[in-house]
Each structure stands twice: as C-alpha cells, then as structure tokens.
Design a protein around this ligand. Structure first.
Ligand SMILES: [Zn+2]
Length: 348
C-alpha cells in the first residue's frame, strides 16, 4: 500500500494500477512545493521494484535502496545550475540523452527502470523534444515520473502523453493532526506550522524538526514587514533582491511571493474584523498597525497585483521587471512613521 497522506483519488488509482500491473508508462505529478510529489514518486519507484507481496513494503532490499538513492534502476533528473536558457536554469539535453541511452537497456537489479524528472516545466527546448520521443515510444519496463509545481509551464505535447496526477494541499486541520500524531508537535506548534504550511505537509514536517527553517521564515516575514513600511527606494532594492533569488532558485522565489500573499491577506482579515483567522500569529501587532495605515481598496488592489505577478512569472516573465512593477503598484501611504520598525515586536 502506498503510504501517503491525503490525495485519496490519485492514490487509489495508482494502487489499482500497481495491483493489476497496469500502470501507465508516464505520470505528471503536479502540485505546489512540499505537497508530497517526491514522496509519492519515491514510493512508486519502490513499488515497481519491491520484492514483497504488499508493494511497496518499505523494508526489503530494493525499497531501502530506492529510499537511500542507491537503487541502480532509479534515476533522478534535475535542473542543472550550469545549464541556462534565456534567464533560467534548465534540465539540459545531456541529462535526457543519458536517460534515453539507459532506458533502452534491461533493468540492472529490479523489474522496472524509473526516471524521476524534478522540474518538468524546466526542460530545455532540446531536452523536451528528446524526451517527447521517449514518451511517444516508451521502451518496455520503464516508468517516467515527471514532477512540477507549474503544470502550465510543461510543454502541452509532453503533458498530453502523461497521466496527470494533481496533488492538492491538505486541509490545515489534517496537517496539524499529522504533526501532533506522528511528529510529536505540541497543540500550539502544530496549529502554527499547519497554517504556515498552506497544507503542504512536507514543509510542515521539515519545519517541525528544524528550528532553522522556521527562523528563516520569520526572517523573511520581517523583511516583508520592513518593505511594506519602507520607502520606494527600499522596495526597489527588495525587488532586485527577490529577482536574484528567482534566478537562483525559482521555487524559493515563488514561495516568498506566497508569504507576501498570506501577509497581505492577514492585514485584510484584520480590517474585516476576522483577526482570529490570521496565519502569522506572532506578528499580530505589526499586522494591526499596517491594517490601520492602508485602505482596504489599496490592499485588495495590491493582492490582485501579487496574484497577477505570480501568474506572469509562471509564464516566464522577466522577474526583475515583474517585481519592480509589483512594488510600484504598492500603496504609497504605507511608508509609516520612522518609529515603525522600532515599535515592531519581535516574534517569540
Ligand atoms: Zn519492498
């Protein structure tokens, strides 16, 4: 049995395929970062090579080797930081050439060769075309698992040759329950992490055992609070900083824009008298101060601009231009008085 939290329908479909030995040869696992795509891909790679009856058992030799990244028939293909196309780093044609060369060989130690392609929306033009040929005429005993947090960015010809598995975030209450039940989180910690995770269980589990991850989020939130309070110059400096982050690590840049969305949504909730629903609990004082300084109309416009910016960046807009435009659209009235940062209460 696949051991995955949530994603009921997709998991049942895959289990049925496993049982009857009728899996498709290619799946596109799509969903936000940390939603569980890699976990599911790893379990599928185990399942098709597991030697037990109830696959994946998680404990036999092949299962253990897949989990440890040491199974000879399971390869992970990722974006190459040295390969670029335009402004973005991509999965290079070389990586796909290696895939093609080995895909036509018989499996070394297991039954099925598995290729996990992380960031399927980032295949270079040539890499995508080469992969398309494999998808059109898949060799026997090969399972291709394409993972993406941006299914719209995957070439339609590739998308249409994969079975699409859409992985949606879990309900916040479910994340909190798993954190309490399986990861020893306290009631309060589970609640906070679950809200911050936006339903992405993987992130919440990681953060629950890694205080540094949580500290990093708090640092980024502090930066966001500063930018909202700051002058235009500070906002442009921030746009530049965030554009660089996008170039280095697109997922991290995107993640930061989601932090922005949640922050502004919290300000809006306070304005609407729904302060009990905010996510950034430890920033209540700062949020309340900003809620009093910005009008709801300005805030709503800014939230729309943010959503549009995420969409534009997913369609490969130039990050620097898009982020500068976003900062220009920010309400002007928020350059709050100079004591604003001194007043800010640091989170516990
Ligand atoms: Zn096993």
């Amino acid at each position: 049995m696949l051991n995955v939290h949530g994603h009921g329908l997709a998991v049942r479909m895959l289990e049925a395929g496993l049982k009857s030995d009728r899996l498709h040869h290619a799946y596109l696992l799509s969903g936000p970062a940390h939603v569980g795509k890699t976990t599911l891909a790893t379990q599928l790679a185990q399942a098709v090579n597991c030697t037990a009856d109830d696959r994946p058992c998680g404990t036999c030799g092949p299962c253990t080797r897949v989990a440890g990244g040491a199974h000879a028939d399971v390869s992970v293909i990722e974006v190459d930081p040295d390969a670029t196309e335009g402004a973005r780093t991509v999965i290079s044609i070389d990586a796909v050439k290696d895939l093609i060369a080995s895909a036509h060989l018989r499996p070394f130690e297991g039954r099925t060769r598995v290729y996990v392609i992380q960031g399927a929306d980032r295949l270079s033009h040539d890499a995508a075309n080469a992969l398309l040929k494999v998808l059109e005429e898949p060799p026997p005993d090969v399972l291709l698992l394409l993972l993406t947090d941006n299914a719209d960015g995957v070439l339609p010809t590739i998308r249409s040759r994969c079975q699409l598995i859409e992985m949606r975030p879990l309900p916040v209450a479910r994340v909190a329950e798993v954190l309490r039940g399986e990861h020893g989180a306290s009631e309060e910690q589970a609640e906070m992490l679950a809200r911050l995770s936006r339903g992405c269980l993987g992130w919440a589990i990681e953060a629950s055992s890694d205080p540094a991850a949580l500290a990093a989020v708090q640092q980024r939130l502090e930066r966001i609070a500063d930018v909202i309070d700051g002058e235009l110059e500070a906002r442009f400096a921030y746009a530049d900083e965030l554009a660089r982050r996008f170039a280095r690590d697109r997922a991290a840049g995107r993640e930061e824009l989601f932090l922005w969305m949640r922050w502004l949504r919290d300000v809006l909730l306070i304005q609407q008298g729904q302060g009990d629903r905010i996510v950034n609990l430890s920033w209540r004082d700062t949020l309340e101060r900003q809620a009093a300084a910005i009008t709801s109309a300005e805030l709503t416009r800014w939230l729309h601009a943010l959503t549009d910016t995420v969409g534009a960046l997913d369609r490969n807009a130039n990050p620097r231009l898009a982020l500068e435009a976003l900062m220009l659209s920010a309400p002007q009235g928020t350059a709050l008085h100079p004591l604003a940062s001194a007043e800010r209460r640091s989170p516990a």
